[in-house]
Ligand binder design. Structure first.
Ligand code: HEC
Ligand code: HEC
Length: 488
């Protein structure tokens, strides 16, 4: 039976390979062009320059110890080479990043740091793995955007990429730190985001006090007459202008192919991979269009490692260790509140995907090939996934959160119990019940491909790399206006 099935498959593949000569499945895809981007991709140079400096400046973090670039490095595919980032309080960059003794850390950031390529294109109308920042289609929100800040989100943000930039600075684990450590973190813990004592205003005041920034903001935005006119909305718009400009990456072999339709721009393996990708392998059912994403949400049984997002009601970790923790991450479901959206994540763009590993929303896979193979047999791969093989730096000093909202407090985890605490980040993967939940939500059907075909798919994915994106160290400023260190 299996043999007949395999012969059938071979015939299908052969037939489709032959038909490629007549019908190119990428025919409907137009090359990347200026019109795909907000403002046609052209931002005033002064805004881009300002955004570049802000992106690298630790002044935007509560304890002045981390910048956007720490997790989005222009030499590491705009990510950080870690499965799960170590946020504020840790030190070092990329794989060298470590927890520092005596600096309390809440743990690892629950999701893999996303790449930033092409996000200035209009079709990216929602951001984050779960799309919790979105263009508001119904005009219900004054700001024009749906976001976790709801009615506190100010007006005047240029686009959804600028909206996104309002949020990392509010995240305790990423940038702002913990209640009591600095006034911005305390404001966030009290849910004071907007208004004159809100977190954004406190950060803007830091910028207003630095003369170099005042000059830069005035050059970028004519509506700023006095330092007090600088708001965090200006900063977010400038950061978005920088990201949209610096991380547009349409110089890949695939782009040259789309522009000229000359197959010579792709290796033979990449051409075979492209035919599979947009054909029988079914990849383009979700990774469609020029950026290889339908901008929608799907559950594909990706392994989940890390502390999760406090979703679900499973208490097995708590019962086994005594530490609090609802360790699931329900992805899109936690934004829409609809059960059918649970465990769905946004289809990532595959542009420059070769450079952005580890892969998956929790960085579970260390190689691109394993990531592709996961798709061929999602539930089987989830079951076979061995979290013990995953490289995670030791946590060392950690603190525990003991309550929410205005009563939020932290206390150090007893060092003798760190091993139990460390179990948390591999727990979901090791719990058969939790794995079953992820498997049950899966929407991706298995596909049977030969090893050669997998190689061809990976060759195609590598043809999506813009060679200029391999090393954008030219973006690293020699100094930033706050005078805080740039290089670590
Ligand atoms: C501690 C690491 C860390 C820092 C610092 C950080 N990020 Fe991120 N970034 C992440 C992670 C993790 C995600 C995915 C989060 C999620 O889906 O919940 C992300 C997501 C994003 C996205 C969404 C990408 C997409 O395709 O949806 C953008 C844009 C972004 N970050 C920009 C920034 C900017 C701008 C800053 C500074 C203001 C910043 N980040 C600071 C880790 C970080
Ligand atoms: C049913 C929709 C769907 C199909 C079909 C699909 N993918 Fe995916 N893919 C996704 C989603 C959703 C994610 C992110 C999942 C997550 O992180 O939980 C993803 C993630 C990936 C990633 C990791 C990207 C990153 O930045 O971490 C790669 C690589 C990838 N897919 C390649 C492929 C290839 C190759 C195929 C065809 C064999 C394929 N996909 C078919 C939906 C799909």
């Amino acid at each position: 039976m299996l043999r007949y099935w395999l012969i059938g498959l071979t015939l299908v593949v052969t037939a489709s390979t032959i038909s490629i000569a007549l019908y190119d499945p990428t025919d409907g895809i137009r090359p990347v062009e200026d019109a795909d981007f907000y403002k046609n991709g052209r931002y005033p140079e002064a805004q881009v320059r300002l955004g570049n400096l802000l992106f690298f400046d630790k002044i935007l973090s509560g304890n002045k110890n981390i910048a956007c670039v720490t997790c989005h490095q222009p030499t590491l595919g705009t990510s950080d080479a870690l499965a799960l980032p170590l946020g504020e309080g840790a030190a070092g960059l990329g794989r060298e990043r470590r927890v520092v003794a005596d600096t309390p850390l809440l743990g690892r950031v629950p999701r893999n740091s996303q790449a930033l390529y092409f996000l200035g294109a209009r079709e990216f109308s929602s951001l984050f793995h779960d799309g919790r920042v979105e263009v508001d289609p119904n005009g219900n929100w004054e700001s024009g955007f749906w976001s976790p800040a709801r009615e506190q989100l100010p007006a005047g943000l240029d686009n959804v990429l600028a909206v996104q930039a309002m949020f990392p600075v509010l995240s305790d684990i990423e940038m702002v730190g913990h209640k009591g450590e600095n006034p911005v973190a305390t404001a966030v813990a009290l849910d004071k985001l907007a208004g004159p004592d809100g977190a954004w205003a406190l950060l803007a005041r830091r910028l207003q006090a630095i003369p170099d920034y005042v000059d830069l903001f005035q050059a970028a935005y004519p509506d700023i007459a006095n330092p007090e006119d600088i708001t965090f909305v200006h900063a977010a718009n400038a950061i978005a202008a920088f990201e949209a400009t610096a991380f547009r990456a349409d110089g890949s072999p695939f782009d040259r192919y789309l522009k000229t339709r000359d197959p010579g721009h792709l290796t033979r393996a990449a051409r075979r991979g492209m035919a599979l990708f947009y054909g029988p392998a079914g990849c383009s059912d979700c990774h469609s269009g020029k950026f290889q994403t339908d901008q929608k949400f799907h559950a594909i049984a990706m392994p989940q490692i890390g502390p999760g997002k406090n979703d679900g009601w499973d208490r097995s970790y708590w019962r086994a260790t005594g530490f609090a923790g609802r360790l699931e991450d329900h992805g899109r479901g936690r934004v829409t509140g609809r059960a059918e959206d649970n465990l769905r994540f946004r289809t990532p763009s595959l542009r420059n995907v070769e450079l952005t590993g580890p892969w998956g929303h929790a960085g579970a896979y260390a190689t691109l090939e394993d990531t592709v193979r996961h798709h061929l047999d999602p539930v089987g791969a989830l079951d076979r996934y061995d979290p013990a093989r995953l490289e995670l730096a030791a946590l060392g000093t950690v603190i525990e959160q003991t309550a929410m909202g205005s009563r939020l407090e932290h206390r150090p985890v007893n060092p003798a119990r760190i091993a139990d605490y460390e179990k948390r980040d591999r727990w979901v993967q090791q719990s058969p019940a939790l794995r079953q939940t992820i498997a049950a939500a899966n929407q991706l059907d298995p596909v049977r491909l030969t090893d050669d075909q997998v190689d061809d798919l990976v060759a195609f994915l590598k043809a999506l790399t813009d060679p200029r994106s391999r090393d954008q160290s030219n973006l690293i400023p020699s100094r930033v206006p706050s005078g805080l260190p740039v290089a670590d």
